[in-house]
Design a protein around this ligand. Structure first.
Ligand SMILES: [Zn+2]
Ligand SMILES: [Zn+2]
Length: 165
């Protein structure tokens, strides 16, 4: 069951997949109530407005950050920020749009900080990348997309290797 991205309360009835600039799929799901409020009647309507909605969601992410909870392991985003650790593969998807700007921030700020902090940030970035790969791998296996799973497994292995060195 998917929860509506807009209200975060009701079960979603429409969903579309959007590709971001890096070619990663983000799923946008909204419930009938929210769809009606916005005058959407079909997946096509949602698709047309997806970019706008995603931008809107990003803008209000700040408000919901702390209270968002992974449906599988019950880890909250506040807990994640404290520990820097994701509880399960589902976490990545739960917090995906919260993590995306964080990753960008990590990328963007690396050159401006001192060596020690730079290493810390790099590690945090690698942890996120690993979490992302694991989540994608699990998803690929669930989808029985073994070709993609094999590819992801290779990338994961490489990423883990880099993290260890
Ligand atoms: Zn809704
Ligand atoms: Zn989780």
């Amino acid at each position: 069951m998917k929860i509506c991205d807009l209200c975060g309360k009701r079960e979603a009835s429409l969903s579309v997949r959007q590709l971001d600039k890096e070619g990663r799929a983000t799923e946008l799901a909204i419930c009938a109530e929210c769809a009606k409020k916005r005058g959407f009647t079909s997946v096509e309507d949602l698709k047309k407005n997806a970019a706008e909605i995603l931008a809107e969601l990003k803008a209000k992410v700040g408000e919901q950050d702390e209270t968002r909870v992974c449906p599988r392991c019950r880890l909250s985003y506040a807990d994640f920020k404290k520990s820097g650790r994701l509880g399960c593969a589902e976490c990545y998807r739960t917090f995906a749009e919260l993590l995306a700007p964080l990753v960008r921030r990590l990328h963007g700020s690396v050159q401006h900080v001192g060596k020690g902090r730079q290493r810390g940030r790099k590690r945090a970035q690698e942890r996120l990348e690993l979490a992302r790969l694991r989540a994608e791998l699990e998803q690929a296996i669930q989808d029985e997309d073994y070709e993609r799973a094999a590819l992801l497994r290779d990338r994961l292995k490489r990423a883990e290797g880099e993290g260890a060195s």
